[in-house]
Design a protein around this ligand. Structure first.
Ligand code: HEC
Ligand code: HEC
Length: 229
């Protein structure tokens, strides 16, 4: 008896469900915007958003499963992203993103056509706070000053940094690795991040010099960082 009652209840709930999804389909079809047609968008919205945010306000690292892709179009260099998505061996967070062991598992990888489609879609995710074309390659003076500031402020204490050691790098592991940074990140994004890390990762332990560095020093540090191979 129980069974037949529950069956009836389920059927009642099911019929309006169909009506709603038919209506939704009609709206999708007539507006032409709701259903993602772009293959990159489809992959990102079905797969990547399980762990990464692609929109929203800056939030602390401890509240997230994975780094934000909200400003991916300003943050990553295109060629690097296409290559890394196919072969994600390199760990940005040497000890895992949120320090839980399961996050150290291998990142999913994509075939080349999907990696390109995803990169094209993420390239449209830009952040109006980032001015493009601000950073130029540093002059020898800027690079020297930037390197000195980088060391004085202990940036390597939390970020693995290329060095003339047996391993080829030195430094701490509490945040992202800066090995091959010159291939990975866009200089204009780093410059804006360095101006105020809290605008991107509030309350996450990023280093903020007190008093804040003048813009020309931030420029010099950023120019230097773009030489980290
Ligand atoms: C199961 C959760 C999960 C899924 C699904 C996932 N990622 Fe990730 N992703 C992570 C974690 C965790 C990291 C940080 C790992 C590391 O490199 O140390 C990461 C790192 C990244 C990075 C480097 C971020 C940075 O700022 O250094 C990119 C880019 C990225 N993922 C893109 C993608 C894309 C695109 C997809 C969908 C095709 C995707 N991820 C799917 C968990 C995930
Ligand atoms: C006390 C540890 C610590 C020190 C020292 C430190 N950082 Fe960071 N840095 C962090 C944390 C924490 C984040 C937040 C991002 C994350 O880990 O997800 C971060 C993020 C960054 C990022 C964004 C990286 C990415 O791939 O998303 C840049 C750029 C950066 N820091 C530059 C610097 C510079 C330049 C210095 C020196 C002036 C510096 N950091 C010193 C802890 C540190």
């Amino acid at each position: 008896m129980n069974q037949s009652r529950s069956h009836r209840t389920r059927r009642c709930a099911f019929v309006p469900g169909i009506a709603v999804s038919m209506a939704a389909l009609l709206i999708f079809a007539s507006s032409g915007i709701a259903a993602p047609a772009d293959p990159g968008e489809k992959i990102v919205k079905s797969l990547c958003v399980r762990c990464h945010r692609i929109e929203g306000k800056p939030a602390p690292r401890r509240t997230k499963k994975a780094p934000d892709l909200i400003w991916a179009g300003n943050k990553y260099q295109r060629d690097w992203l296409v290559a890394w998505l196919q072969n994600p061996e390199f760990k940005h967070y040497p000890v895992g993103y949120d320090f839980r062991p399961e996050r150290k598992k291998r990142h999913l990888s994509l075939p080349v056509d999907q990696a390109k489609a995803v990169t094209d879609f993420l390239a449209t995710h830009k952040d109006a706070r980032i001015k493009e074309g601000v950073m130029k390659p540093g002059t020898p003076e800027q690079l020297e000053r930037g390197g000195k500031l980088y060391r004085e402020h202990g940036c390597q204490n939390c970020h693995l940094t290329p060095a003339k050691t047996a391993k080829g790098y030195a430094g701490g592991t509490s945040s992202t690795s800066f090995i091959k940074l010159n291939e990975r990140l866009q200089a204009d994004w780093i410059y804006r991040f360095n101006q105020n890390p809290n605008d991107f990762e509030p309350d996450s332990g990023a280093y903020i010099p007190k008093p804040p560095l003048p813009d020309e020093d931030i420029y010099a540090i950023t120019a230097y960082m773009m030489t980290l191979k």
